[in-house]
Design a protein around this ligand. Sequence first.
Ligand SMILES: *[C@@H]1O[C@H](CO)[C@@H](O)[C@H](O)[C@H]1NC(C)=O
Ligand SMILES: *[C@@H]1O[C@H](CO)[C@@H](O)[C@H](O)[C@H]1NC(C)=O
Length: 316
Amino acid sequence: MAHPLRTWLLATLAAHVFGEYVNEAADPLFLQVALETRGRAAHDLVLMHIPYNFGHTIEEVAFAGSGSLDTFSYALGVVEGPLSLLSKQERLADAMQPNGELWGRLRPNLHVKSEVTGCPIYFTPPKYWPPALAEAYFGNKTVFGMLRDPYERLVAQFRGNYADYGGNFPEFYETCDVDGAVKSMMQTYLSGDKYAEGCTYVPQAEYFDPPYGITLAVDNLHFPDSANKVFLDHGYSNLRIATQDILHVDGCNEVWAGDLSCETKALVRKVYARDFELICKYFGRCDENANTCLELVPTMCPSNLTAKKATATYCA
Ligand SMILES: *[C@@H]1O[C@H](CO)[C@@H](O)[C@H](O)[C@H]1NC(C)=O
Ligand SMILES: *[C@@H]1O[C@H](CO)[C@@H](O)[C@H](O)[C@H]1NC(C)=O
């Protein structure tokens, strides 16, 4: 089974760090300043990367532009590699597109582990960040983030099947038993393991809590169009996500939110009550029982949605 996202994530850990991109002649101090100031005057956004909400795709295109997955893989290899902070910044400055942005996981100093969650800071809700780090990253910028339907997001986590990022579930994945897997995820969370699997079960609402929480919610249902519109509105003419840029899950392609049982959906509503409230508040979709899938992202809807809708659970 193909796992492009997994292949890519693993590749970045080892590849490129001491590779051919190194520019020994570069002046570290000059580059550091360039990195800190590039494009700041015109651009006022900063990304809060909620796990499993297309944050990697946004980081990729903000850093390197559309069609630049190789450059992003290289950059991620640099930030996750063993170099000093200064050397990392130097290499990132060299590889970044003009007026690019270093958001979320691409910020070398956000890779420390949170004492509260045990996850890296870049996946931790802002309210738990060390204040100095939060001030340096968010400052007085507009904090934006994707907001995703909880059922649909959990289906994606199951389909991703990554150990330590959303969880892997061999016993359920074998038969594409999305309901069994999501029920087990919710039981894990409700048993008190709130920061399991790289904080991927943390309710999105926690990333909206002050201080420094998300104030600009972008509708994941219409990704990437919704994000591209926000970027255009905020002057990021060089940030436009094309379909082929999107890093998405693959595998068990025919399962979707409509396959979750009413019992499982009740657990999801219990854990993510505030997420449903935010979707209602920001996007005006207030039916907590609706089944959705992402029509603008490849493989994120069953191949025959009409047929799947006919047999879907609806648990009002
Ligand atoms: C807030 O942002 C503006 C520019 O957008 C800047 O001039 C100002 O110094 C910033 N204030 C703080 C406290 O960082
Ligand atoms: C999709 O399913 C519907 C209902 O079962 C069926 O009528 C239709 O022919 C299917 N479409 C395709 C392209 O298979």
